[in-house]
Structures are given as structure tokens and as C-alpha cells.
Design a protein around this ligand. Structure first.
Ligand code: CP3
Length: 341
């Protein structure tokens, strides 16, 4: 049996469209909160293959999404490179900020292979349990977004320190980016070899950059990653998600040659369907707040997206991750609506 998500990523207009949701495994599910409490903290959960595989599969069992996404995090790359990482309750990720030669020199790509072994074990366990119509998606943060957290040491509204560093010390920043490009390739190659069938590059902070910096820090590195993955795995499908890239989305799709383009909440599907080549599959972009609200708001927003995307290659998703307060019943409501076609 063909998998609908892979068909869509091959350029077929499947209707009703395949659907999965960013952060579909997580705190909005009671079964997740239970395992999370058992593991203690998030990193222990992600590096425990039995628990991580179970969490990856929870939303598939409950809702029957067309794709499972590996339960992990984009910050596992800095962690595997040896930068300290912890997730503080209520604060999000915390890392020792990387801003000088000493900190950069301390990162070690050679050790990464060993540190990511539990994550690859999770991939194998999920593939062994997944049915034959559900696609397993692997992922990594794109180099710029990962660099944002590494330099800043935590989340930020505008990642000003990182943007300033990229202008003020371009040579230093470029060495960090080169390391991250290689680490991302190694991590994704390992995930594909272990059994993921498509990969997604999360560039959540692409939208904070100027157009010239967007070309240097987002398009060019992504292009290198896509080219190398295709060289090794000609059939692998790649989705890019340069969040809040706005008018640069078209240039991103052409410049990176991704198979799928993630639309964020602010993207206009009607505009993009005319602008983006029909060979590129669009994915997105329901506002997570409409899913939280449910009812007519959810129904109307969903209809608008479906109407704009009908008859072109498309994957239904959110415009950003699901929020923890979301009632699981709203997800069921959404799926029934999409699957009526
Ligand atoms: O989508 C999925 O279900 C797969 C798993 C996944 C997680 N994070 C699990 C997670 C994926 C694909 C990510 C990507 C990720 N992580 C991004 C890119 C997408 C985006 O949201 O923009 C970013 C920027 C991160 C970094 C990160 N991880 C932050 C900022 C936080 C804290 C904020 C939060 O939502 O709690 C995390 C923690 C994290 N990653 C959780 C989960 C389920 C919450 C952990 C918990 O407390 O249980």
C-alpha cells in the first residue's frame, strides 16, 4: 500500500489530503503527561527509546494521523555536540551561551554519532510498530535556528544577539554554521538509515532575518543539506519550514529545492498556490489558536485552507506547534472535517 503522505510529497494531489500536526505528541495528551511524569524530565524521555517510541505512537493510535513524527527535539544536536542543555520547568531550553572561540572549540562532532544512538533506536522501534499507511517523519532544526538557541542560550523574541554576531563576526558565525550544516547532515543521514521516510527541517526563526541574511543563513545552508541528502538517498522526501519567511518563501522553495514547503500561520495559502510551483507540496497552516478554540472558528479556518489547497499537492498541518491547553476532542473534530474531503 502506498503511503498518502509520501504520495503527496511526490507531487500528487491526494484528496482528502494527508494530515499530521506539529507537536502532535505532547502535553495536550493525558497519556503523554503520564509517561513524562514517569521519566522525570524531557531529556530522559527523549533518550529512552521505549518511552520515546511509545510517545511517538500515542497520537497515531488515538487519532490515526497519516504521519508519525519522531519524538525528539531540535536541540538534541547541540546536546550531542557537547553543549550543555537542560529544560527548566516553565522556562524552556537553557544552554551555556556560545559566543567565543573556546566555546566553539569545545564542540565535538566526532562524539555525536554515539550520543544519538538512543534516538536511532527509537526510530527502529517506531518503524517496527507502525502500520503500512503511516509515514515516519524524522527531523532536525535547520542550522540557523539551532545556532539561535546555541548563541543566545535560551529562547528569545528576536534573537538579537545571534543576528548581531552574524554581522559583527561573520567569520566566527560562519564556522559555527559550517559545523551545524555537517552535524545536521550526519543526524538526518543516521535517521534515514534507521528508517525515517521523510525529513523536516525546522527553521523556526528564519523570519527574524533581513533578506540578504536569509539567503546566507537559511537558503544556502538548507540547499547544501538537501543536496547531500539527495546524493545519498535519491528518494528521500524533504520538507522545509522557514517560519515567518513571508515574501521570501518562493525564493526559499526554489533556492533549496525542498519537496515540501511548510506554511506558517501568517502565510496566505491562496497567494502561495499561485506563487509556488505545483511540484512543491505545500503543508500547513491552521492557526494553533483556532484548534484551541474549536467549534465554528476551527471549522471556518479549516474550510478556508482546504478550499485554497484543493487540487494541488498538499498536506494539512498547523501553522506552528499545537499548544498544551488544546482539548484532544478538537483534534478529532478537525480530522473528521478534513476526511470528509
Ligand atoms: O512535533 C512533534 O510532536 C515531535 C517532537 C518535537 C518537539 N520539539 C518535542 C518537544 C519537535 C519536532 C520539536 C521541534 C522544536 N523544538 C522546535 C521547532 C518547532 C517550533 O516549535 O518552532 C523548537 C524551536 C524546539 C525547541 C524547544 N523544545 C522549545 C522552545 C521547548 C520549550 C517550549 C515548550 O513547548 O515546552 C522545547 C521542549 C519540547 N520539545 C517539548 C516537546 C513535547 C515540551 C517538553 C515537556 O515539557 O514535556
Amino acid at each position: 500500500m502506498q503511503k498518502s503522505l509520501l504520495q503527496a510529497l511526490s507531487g500528487e494531489a491526494i484528496w482528502p489530503p494527508p494530515v499530521w500536526l506539529m507537536r502532535q505528541a505532547g502535553r495536550y495528551l493525558p497519556e503523554y503527561r503520564k509517561l513524562r511524569a514517569q521519566a522525570g524530565d524531557f531529556l530522559s524521555l527523549v533518550t529512552n527509546p521505549n518511552l520515546a517510541a511509545e510517545i511517538t505512537l500515542q497520537p497515531i493510535r488515538r487519532f490515526g494521523f497519516d504521519a508519525a513524527i519522531l519524538f525528539s527535539d531540535i536541540l538534541l544536536v547541540p546536546w550531542a555536540l557537547g553543549q550543555g542543555l537542560r529544560f527548566a520547568e516553565g522556562e524552556g531550553p537553557l544552554l551555556p551561551p556560545l559566543r567565543d572561540e573556546t566555546a566553539l572549540a569545545a564542540l565535538n562532532l566526532a562524539n555525536m554519532g554515539e550520543k544519538i544512538l538512543p534516538i536511532l533506536e527509537t526510530v527502529k522501534k517506531v518503524r517496527a510498530q507502525l502500520d503500512d499507511h503511516t509515514t515516519l517523519i524524522g527531523f532536525a532544526g535547520a542550522p540557523f535556528t539551532v545556532a539561535c538557541y546555541m548563541v543566545e542560550g535560551r529562547g528569545s523574541r528576536d534573537f538579537a544577539v545571534t543576528r548581531h554576531l552574524a554581522y559583527a563576526r561573520p567569520e566566527f558565525f560562519s564556522r559555527l554554521m559550517t559545523l551545524l550544516i555537517q552535524a545536521t547532515i550526519d543526524f538526518l543521514v543516521a535517521q534515514i538509515s534507521a528508517g525515517v521516510e521523510a525529513v523536516m527541517l525546522f527553521d523556526s526563526w528564519a523570519g527574524v532575518l533581513s533578506p540578504t541574511q536569509f539567503r546566507t543563513q537559511v537558503i544556502a545552508p538548507t540547499r547544501i543539506i538537501v543536496t547531500e541528502l539527495r546524493r545519498q538517498f535519491p528518494d528521500v522526501k524533504i520538507i522545509g519550514f522557514p517560519r515567518l519567511a513571508g515574501y521570501l518563501l518562493g525564493e526559499y522553495a526554489e533556492g533549496t529545492a525542498v519537496d515540501g514547503l511548510g506554511m506558517d500561520t501568517a502565510s496566505n495559502p491562496t497567494y502561495l498556490t499561485g506563487k509556488i510551483s505545483p511540484h512543491v507540496t505545500l503543508q500547513g497552516n491552521l492557526d494553533p489558536m483556532a484548534l484551541l478554540a474549536g467549534g465554528n472558528a476551527l471549522r471556518n479556518e479549516t474550510n478556508a485552507i482546504l478550499a485554497a489547497m484543493r487540487d494541488r499537492p498538499f498536506i494539512f498541518n498547523l501553522g506552528h506547534g499545537i499548544v498544551p491547553q488544546t482539548p484532544p476532542e478538537h483534534v478529532s473534530q478537525l480530522l473528521s472535517q478534513i476526511r470528509v474531503g
